[in-house]
Design a protein around this ligand. Sequence first.
Ligand SMILES: [Zn+2]
Length: 124
Amino acid sequence: MEEFINSLKKGKFRMPVCLSCGRKAWPPSRRCPHCLCKTSLKTIKTIGTLIEFSSSHIKGREGAFGLVEMAGIRLIASFGDLPLKEGMKVKMSSCGIKPDGTAFYFFAPAGLDINIRRNKDKRT
Ligand SMILES: [Zn+2]
């Protein structure tokens, strides 16, 4: 879905939502997988739950990855070297398209993100 990819390129995660039945189209699609009506991109809350995780040692693809359930969909998320725990609340910290054309979704623990923001507020 070109519109979804263009949004991701700008670092914005927007979900294709059906204009007729209101269900989410995931993987992203121009048409609703349930009723085949058109979808439109909507901004959603990018806070979810870490279902399970693992780490990769493949050269060039090192890091922690996990399955995140967010707003009724599941996606493969990337993590930094953070202590991860199944069931923890996580928040999308960045997303985009790598030079090789693959999409990435970086997540961080939701609580940690809030703490970082609070510390920033104190400094300013
Ligand atoms: Zn629909």
